[in-house]
Write a protein that binds this ligand. Structure first.
Ligand code: HEC
Ligand code: HEC
Ligand code: HEC
Ligand code: HEC
Ligand code: HEC
Length: 226
């Protein structure tokens, strides 16, 4: 019977096995290392000194994120609120609650409540909150539905690949500036797109804002590694 494969194909099998073997063992290991929650810290949910609930204060009481995270629009850093902010209400409301004892202690001593920090980028990478929230990126894109959380956890990996995925296609995340802290906002809230006759989609809105505002997130190394 004639050999239907050309001669060079004889070496193909071993090559395929070697290459395939490498890919089959090394790649999953690397993927496992980079993408499991342990490495990316997705799901990290430390116990806080006070059982503060975003769901109650945001969803039920209707407080805006910026009431407490007041620097988020004006500074690179988004602050955690001072004890004074809590005491605006908690001198009068639940003034005796044992859950609020660390807040009252802090008020008396002047030492801040020791909130456990959850989100963090390493020092060698530069991140700025105001540059994002003033360009139509909502808290929800990077922190998830904080408004519904009883205890805050890390929702997104926040590694370099994650930053770059959005920087390459920001239209998937842009929204009107008035809706930045409305985490439940949906593009369909704007009604129907007259061009398509269907509900507005994220891509309709995102593409329009990207063009109007000339949004062009940086992808060069020195933008984030200064
Ligand atoms: C009444 C004050 C208050 C309001 C309103 C509030 N927060 Fe917070 N936020 C806190 C406090 C206190 C902490 C630290 C304790 C904790 O993690 O629960 C915190 C923690 C966080 C963290 C985690 C910070 C870290 O350590 O990485 C994020 C993210 C966050 N808030 C986002 C939001 C968003 C988004 C909104 C609006 C939807 C919001 N917060 C509204 C008080 C508030
Ligand atoms: C605008 C007013 C307001 C502010 C500001 C505020 N809270 Fe509250 N908080 C409330 C109300 C209202 C409740 C619900 C009280 C109830 O269940 O009757 C509450 C409940 C709580 C409870 C539950 C108390 C219990 O015994 O069940 C904790 C803990 C708490 N808040 C922590 C905080 C912390 C920490 C801050 C500051 C970061 C803060 N709150 C800021 C209004 C506020
Ligand atoms: C483009 C992504 C992105 C957006 C949008 C964003 N954040 Fe963050 N946030 C981050 C990253 C990344 C960190 C860690 C920053 C660091 O380590 O300096 C962080 C950290 C925080 C912290 C912890 C700061 C600390 O020092 O403890 C709070 C609070 C916070 N964000 C609140 C908000 C709120 C509120 C909004 C919306 C108004 C928001 N963020 C929008 C990515 C984002
Ligand atoms: C969900 C989308 C999104 C994510 C996630 C995101 N960015 Fe951005 N980034 C943007 C947009 C939009 C801009 C604004 C671009 C413009 O103004 O043209 C921006 C701008 C920037 C800038 C330029 C402005 C400045 O402050 O110098 C830097 C640096 C930056 N981002 C770093 C980061 C880093 C680091 C991360 C990850 C920790 C990150 N970004 C994650 C959307 C995102
Ligand atoms: C949009 C922002 C952004 C850009 C652009 C960017 N980086 Fe990064 N880079 C980060 C962040 C954030 C981290 C930290 C990731 C983490 O916490 O695991 C990082 C981490 C790294 C690391 C440490 C290893 C790792 O993967 O965690 C290296 C090396 C690196 N970057 C090199 C580069 C080079 C080279 C470029 C240009 C081709 C580049 N970066 C462009 C944001 C960026």
């Amino acid at each position: 019977m004639a050999n239907i494969f050309p001669k060079w194909s004889n070496t193909l099998a071993p090559k395929a096995i070697v290459c395939g073997g490498l890919v089959a063992t090394v790649l999953p290991l690397a993927m496992w290392y980079y993408f499991t929650p342990k490495y990316t810290r997705v799901g990290y949910m430390p116990t806080q000194p006070v059982p503060f609930q975003h769901s109650l204060h945001v969803q039920q009481l209707g407080l805006d994120c910026r009431y407490c995270h007041s620097y988020v629009e004006v500074s690179s850093h988004s602050n955690v609120p001072s004890t004074q902010t809590c005491m605006n209400c908690h001198t009068a409301i639940k003034g005796q609650s044992p859950k609020l004892q660390p807040v009252r202690d802090s008020w008396a001593s002047g030492k801040p409540v020791e909130w456990v920090r959850i989100h963090r980028v390493p020092d060698y990478a530069y991140f700025n909150h105001s540059a994002h929230v003033n360009r139509g990126v909502s808290c929800v894109s990077c922190h998830g539905q904080i408004n519904q959380m009883e205890v805050v956890w890390q929702d997104q990996p926040q590694g370099m690949a994650w930053c770059l995925t959005c920087h390459r296609a920001p239209e998937n995340n842009l929204r009107p500036l008035s809706e930045i802290t409305h985490l439940d906002w949906k593009p369909a809230d704007l009604g129907k797109n007259p061009e398509t006759g269907k509900d507005f989609t994220q891509l309709d809105i995102g593409t329009k804002l990207k063009d109007e505002w000339h949004v062009k997130p940086p992808v060069t190394c020195t933008a984030c590694h200064r």
